[in-house]
Design a protein around this ligand. Structure first.
Ligand code: HAS
Ligand code: CU
Length: 598
């Protein structure tokens, strides 16, 4: 680790610039995406509507893509670059390469944004209102897919950069264990490489050629399945950097040490192995995938709870160790000794607390039968605002208060504002996501601009739809206020004077260190091989049977939005239905008559 007293920017000035650029890119996405968030809550709840409901889906796409993809991933590539350079104590091999992958990610984002924003105006003949889950039959302008490809290739090259650093370090330190933060970055990157294969195939083989008009149709179930092959593990791509912070930063700011380095390694290995072969748990309600395959995905998902349960134990144990170092006592009394006035600590602790609730709603989603109750309802939206919207986003905001001085050399503008900000996020999210979960149980649908139907009322056993809407809108407003405070601190810090008395760069030490971890844990090749085998087991047969029945390029499926040409088709389908129904009714009556007539 770098010498005591020096900040990250002192030790690695060139790298600090890239990390800072990545953070600022991430915050820009957070600002725009966050603004769209409050527009949506107010629109859906009918508290304040100023846009056409048809534009809701363009807003939703921008909100989802900017927050779930741009904000999270730009932030995490910054954190990972910091983690690699700090824990290996060496700069990147070639800073031009580092800027190149960052530049590619920026270019990709710009290309994705153009068609999304063009969707707001009719004067530009372009749109990409396909939501964050961009599978067929929704179709976007080719620029959207092209931008996504460049963005993902940028992240792949970032991974190459991190692996290069590690290999160079390993050549000089052949007998040393992989430092824990580097281990976490490498396992996460390997998981990401496997996961993104699904989305790369979906885009390059199907969606991009389809939107370019090179092929007439695609098999929607196939592109959905390839999307979820990536769409589930991407959530761990967001979570694992947040976990990294809970393992290496939270114990330090709690005043203690990480309870167990070996357990942390086990957790990241489990994520590498199990994140991908579970994606079908997003497709329990998709006809065309046999129940058996769904059952396998469910079983894998239940095993995947294990690394998070281990994390809950290890991280809370580390916090307790910190609290006892600070004089905390008793079964629960130690909680009081934690540094609750420190926004970095409090933000992360509240994010963890929320994630405990998020884990429960995740377990409910994961149960095949109970999923039928919540799928496509507002419940799911509640779930992912606790996970990516709090466990991840709040952790990222909290650690920003630690990182900003490290990458700018300036003291944080205002710690009290930071503390209010993280608490406000927690409170806002408590209102919003709790009400979203409850609304989902009443059957209120997700992805809908106007969820209320004419002549139909959702019935609430407790409270009312009005009360739920009020909580959702209130929560959304508190979250927006919280974001405003966050940006005040980011901008205020950027304009603060340089400071000489900043905390040194570094992370938590361990109670039980890498010397206690079996060597096999560092065998990345072995874990990757097992991960690949499990993916082959989980996906080969479902994909073969989807292609077998629906064809590689599918039946002739028209892209949405549906044009009027489809109306005659609908007429034909209806006619078929009626004829078949009449015929069946005729046969049935016939057989009943034969049965009752002796
Ligand atoms: Fe999920 C849907 C199942 C975790 C994100 N999920 C989604 C969607 C998103 C998402 C975005 O099985 C919607 C996608 C869409 O648009 O359709 N999810 C799970 C399960 C987990 C899980 C089993 N999800 C996440 C994470 C996400 C995320 C993490 C983002 C980062 N999810 C599902 C399923 C669906 C789904 C189905 C499909 C639903 C449908 O029908 O559409 C598990 O990984 C959760 C495990 C977590 C735990 C909690 C452990 C507790 C900890 C806290 C420790 C406390 C601390 C603080 C540190 C077991 C680690 C202590 C503080 C003190 C003061 C003491
Ligand atoms: Cu999932």
């Amino acid at each position: 680790m770098s010498e005591a007293g020096s900040t990250y920017i002192d030790a690695f000035p060139a790298e600090a610039k890239v990390v800072r650029a990545a953070f600022y890119s991430s915050f820009l996405a957070l600002a725009i995406g966050g603004l769209f968030g409050v527009v949506q809550t107010l629109h859906r709840t009918d508290v304040y509507r100023f846009m056409d409901s048809a534009d809701y889906y363009t807003v939703l796409t921008a909100h989802g893509v900017l927050l779930a993809i741009t904000f999270t991933i730009f932030f995490l590539v910054g954190v990972f670059t910091w983690a690699i350079t700090t824990s290996l104590d060496r700069g990147v091999e070639d800073i031009r390469f580092t800027w190149a992958w960052y530049g590619l990610m920026v270019l990709g984002t710009a290309l994705v944004a153009i068609p999304i924003f063009a969707g707001f105006t009719d004067s530009i003949d372009m749109s990409a209102s396909v939501l964050f889950t961009f599978y067929a039959p929704l179709q976007a302008h080719p620029l959207f897919y092209l931008g996504l490809v460049l963005f993902v290739v940028g992240t792949w090259l970032a991974g190459v950069d991190w692996f290069r650093s590690w290999l160079a370090w390993k050549a000089e330190n052949p007998d040393e264990r992989i430092p824990l933060p580097t281990f976490m970055v490498l396992t996460t990157t390997l998981m990401w490489y496997i996961a993104t294969l699904g989305v790369a195939i979906a885009i390059l083989a199907f969606l991009l050629p389809w939107s370019l008009g090179l092929i007439d149709s695609v098999n929607p179930l196939l592109t959905r399945t390839l999307f979820w092959f990536f769409g589930h593990p991407v959530v761990y791509f967001w979570l694992m950097p947040a976990y990294m912070m809970w393992y290496i930063m939270l114990p330090k700011v709690s005043g203690g040490k990480l309870f167990s380095d070996p357990l942390a390694r086990v957790v990241f290995v489990l994520f590498l192995i199990l994140s991908v072969p579970t994606g079908i748990h997003h497709q329990y309600l998709d006809p065309g995938i046999a129940e058996g395959f769904k059952f396998i995905a469910m079983t894998n998902t239940m095993f995947l709870l294990l690394p998070s349960l281990l994390t809950a134990f290890t991280v809370v144990a580390s916090m307790e160790h910190g609290a006892r170092q600070r004089g905390g006592e008793g079964y629960f009394g130690w909680l009081k000794a934690l540094p609750w006035r420190d926004p970095v600590f409090t933000g992360m602790a509240l994010a963890g607390l929320m994630f405990a609730a998020a884990g429960f709603s995740g377990m409910i989603n994961a149960g095949m039968n109970i999923n039928y109750l919540v799928h496509n309802t507002f419940w799911v939206v509640g779930h992912f605002h606790l996970t990516v919207g709090t466990a991840v986003a709040l952790t990222f905001m909290a650690v920003t208060y630690w990182f900003l001085p490290q990458v700018t050399g300036r003291a944080l503008w205002n710690r009290s504002v930071a503390l209010v900000q993280v608490v406000l996020w927690f409170v806002g999210m408590t209102f919003m996501s709790n009400a979203m979960h409850r609304a989902g149980l009443l059957g209120v649908p997700r992805r809908t601009a106007e969820p209320q139907y004419d002549g139909f009322e959702f019935e609430a056993a407790v409270g009312s739809v009005g009360e739920l809407n009020a909580q959702i809108a209130l929560g959304g407003i508190l979250l927006t206020l919280s974001l405003a405070l966050f940006f005040a601190n980011v901008v205020g810090t950027a304009f603060n004077g340089k400071s000489d008395s900043l905390p040194a760069n570094g992370y938590a030490e361990t109670l039980s260190g890498s010397e206690d971890a079996p060597l096999v844990l560092d065998n990345l090749k072995l874990w990757t091989a097992i991960a690949v085998v499990l993916v082959i087991f989980a996906y080969t047969f479902p994909i073969l049977s989807i292609v077998d029945r629906g064809g590689l390029f599918g039946p002739d499926v028209n892209p949405f939005p549906v044009s009027l040409d489809t109306l005659p088709v609908l007429g034909l389908v209806l006619e078929q239905y009626v004829t078949t129904a009449l015929a069946t009714a005729g046969e049935l009556t016939g057989s009943i008559v034969t049965e009752v007539t002796p």
